[in-house]
Design a protein around this ligand. Sequence first.
Ligand SMILES: C[S@@+](CC[C@H](N)C(=O)[O-])C[C@H]1O[C@@H](n2cnc3c(N)ncnc32)[C@H](O)[C@@H]1O
Length: 342
Amino acid sequence: MYLSHPNGRDFCITCQKDFTGLAREEVLAAVTDARQVHQFGPGTLLFNSLTPFDKVSENLRRTGSVFVRHVCPATGHFHLHDRDSLIGLLASQTLPSIDLRLSFSIQTRVFGHGSTRAFDVNRALSNRLERSGALLNVREPEQVVSVMVDGSEIWFGVSWASQNLSDWTGGEHRFQRAGDQITRAEFKLLEALAHFDISMAGCCRVLELGSAPGGWTRVLLNSGLRVVGVDPSEMDSRVRSNRNLVHLRMRAEECFPHLSGRFGALLSDMRVEPGRAAELVCKLSTLLAPGAPLIVTLKLRVRDARLVTQRALRVIDTRFDVIGARQLFHNRHEVTVVAIRR
Ligand SMILES: C[S@@+](CC[C@H](N)C(=O)[O-])C[C@H]1O[C@@H](n2cnc3c(N)ncnc32)[C@H](O)[C@@H]1O
């Protein structure tokens, strides 16, 4: 049985579970009439509001939300009495909202303990919609059908992929582990490059602060870049002997007199206080070519994360144009800031 929500304007956001309070504050600041009505699981919240979803998405962007990783509409809701009717109900309710000339994909999340599997819903529903003429494109869809299953309660909504803040289900950008991967931190860099659409191709020579043990360095070297890594700790043997790597075994605070020439990009994953990271990248910005990208992770404590992030962004803003700050899926207690040297 289909029970359209009386207000019909629910939306679902996802964030890192420890930062749920901050993400909730961002939603309430961006969508002033929103109120939380459900929590699917850690870091996945349902809000009700009279604001249309396109405005919700636009406001989250405009107000510079950092901790909301993903948002999707949940404009339809039903209680499932009969599991066999799930796909038929979802197909009939979502098809009218899908533009058949443009591609779509299904992004299902299942919460709690049920026998429904997200993969099965994705496959069965996309088969059904394809039979009705819709164009499936799982990797780069223009439209997304979001489905949240929580026991016998089902929520769903259709949106443009670009409205969801991330193309990935719940913003969970997954990468295949490479055989010679050095650290899981490599995923942070790959996700930042993809999310902010940054190409390092023309950067030639990169300055990397906090480079040990060398996960990011491995990614950069594999892209054909030359790297100057600055870190008092030792680099992993898999990158140490690479002739395109110069390792300055010292703290970033001491490296300035040892550097010369221009760098095409500045990266920092230093485990230091965010204000210090911001000051250091600004000091070293004089070594960057104009237009060079900066990627810096800010290590945060939950209790003052917002204040500390805002302060660090103000410092970075004195030398760079900030493109964005976002807690990505592969960031734990940190956010990634991407900016461009003026
Ligand atoms: C999270 S790890 C970096 C991991 C690296 N991105 C990778 O993929 O292998 C943080 C690094 O910051 C370094 N670090 C801490 N304080 C630093 C400082 N003042 N200057 C340079 N590096 C620093 C630590 O030695 C540590 O190796």
